[in-house]
Write a protein that binds this ligand. Structure first.
Ligand code: NI
Length: 176
């Protein structure tokens, strides 16, 4: 199974607002499978389609503890129906490597989504999965967790990652 390339901040493609999935077909199943593989290979707990330059409303997640058996979840056209409480926790993102910071989120969320076959389901959850759901739905709306940080912190992160990407581009050139 081929890995998908993860779009890295500050790439503007991360700012696009994804559109609803309308075709529940083999292509959707394949993209979802590839996203799960990419997420596991990258050791992430969630991955939104926007992050692999698929501008459709879906994300995958697996918030099982280390040592537990895998619990892959797929959310198509997810919608948060209800939020309860507030909790601060440390977040990171596969599109923003080596950056972690504290973000305030709802502690419990109720979400409605569809399976890859188009069947609707509802889920109420808290803990890591609730945070993950909010983080991934933000991606589908072109929003990143660092948007919640102070402007100064955001500027530092942007500079740091632009530098990393310039270096990467130079390194790639050397191989040509
Ligand atoms: Ni992310």
């Amino acid at each position: 199974m081929s890995l998908l390339e993860i779009v890295l901040f500050p790439d503007e493609r991360l700012r696009r607002v994804a559109t609803d999935v309308t075709q529940f077909d083999a292509r959707l199943a394949r993209v979802t499978e590839q996203m799960l593989t990419t997420m596991y290979e990258s050791r992430g707990v969630g991955l939104a389609a926007t992050q692999v330059d698929v501008q459709q409303r879906l994300f995958v997640a697996d918030c099982a503890d280390d040592g537990q058996s895998p619990a892959p979840l797929v959310f198509i056209n997810p919608l948060i129906l209800d939020r309860q409480g507030l909790i601060e926790s440390e977040e990171g993102c596969l599109s923003i490597p080596d950056v972690n910071d504290k973000v305030m989120r709802a502690e419990t969320v109720s979400v409605r989504a569809q399976t890859i076959h188009g069947t609707e389901f509802e889920l109420t959850t808290s803990g890591l999965l609730a945070i993950c759901i909010q983080h991934e739905i933000d991606h589908l709306n072109g929003k990143l967790f660092i948007d919640y940080l102070s402007p100064l912190k955001q500027q530092r992160i942007r500079k740091k990652l632009e530098k990393v990407q310039r270096q990467k581009a130079l390194d790639a050139k050397d191989f040509v």
